[in-house]
Write a protein that binds this ligand. Structure first.
Ligand code: GDP
Ligand code: MG
Length: 177
């Protein structure tokens, strides 16, 4: 992992998008600070958080942007997407509707962001397996069809969160190198 004192070779902006309450802010808290909170406070204030890591001996500062409660369709502004080289498209595996809205988010993303943006689809809250409403296969099929990476995560249990960010950041790294 990153030694924050070293020089930065790359800064990669990655945006989190998806319906409200799917766990975007907690995924970010887990990645940036290794924290998790069960309070569902709406996201306030902070635009992004950073974490520096090392990929192939280069230091990469990941600048991860979180929506400040603008999850309504079309409320996320183009400034949010500007300069983004990666995107995490998040739904909640226990809420079918949040998965059904993914094509809209993808359309939003594709109309605002750079066409070469690296996108990962994330099904969050795998710790609630007994409440699952979205079969893994459905999401996998959709991701394959749309050319997206795909992982299921639990911000609560810290499952695959690191892996999800590393997947996106490593792919971006490989594109720019
Ligand atoms: P956001 O609106 O997409 O930013 O969602 P939040 O990160 O605020 O999370 C919404 C609610 O879901 C909060 O109560 C979180 O504690 C909870 N949550 C987030 N991630 C998980 C997870 O992986 N598992 C469970 N069980 N709850 C989660
Ligand atoms: Mg939030």
């Amino acid at each position: 992992y990153g030694d924050a004192s070293q020089k930065i070779d790359y800064v990669f902006k990655v945006v989190l998008i998806g319906d409200s309450a799917v766990g975007k802010s907690q995924i970010l808290a887990r990645f940036a600070r290794n924290e998790f909170s069960l309070d569902s406070k709406a996201t306030i204030g902070v635009e992004f958080q950073t974490r520096t890591l090392v990929i192939e001996h280069k230091s990469v500062k990941a600048q991860i942007w979180d929506t400040a409660g603008q999850e309504r369709y079309r409320a996320v502004t183009s400034a949010y997407y500007r300069g983004a080289v990666g995107a995490m498209l998040v739904y909640d595996i226990t809420k079918r509707q949040t998965f059904d809205h993914i094509p809209r988010w993808l359309e939003e993303l594709r109309s605002h962001a750079d066409k070469n943006i690296v996108i990962i689809l994330i099904g969050n809250k795998t710790d609630l397996e007994n409440q699952r409403a979205v079969p893994t296969e459905d999401a996998k099929e959709f991701a394959q069809k749309e050319g997206l990476f795909f992982l299921e995560t639990s911000a609560l249990e810290s499952t695959n969160v690191e892996n999800a960010f590393l997947t996106v950041l490593t792919e971006i790294f490989n594109i720019v190198n």
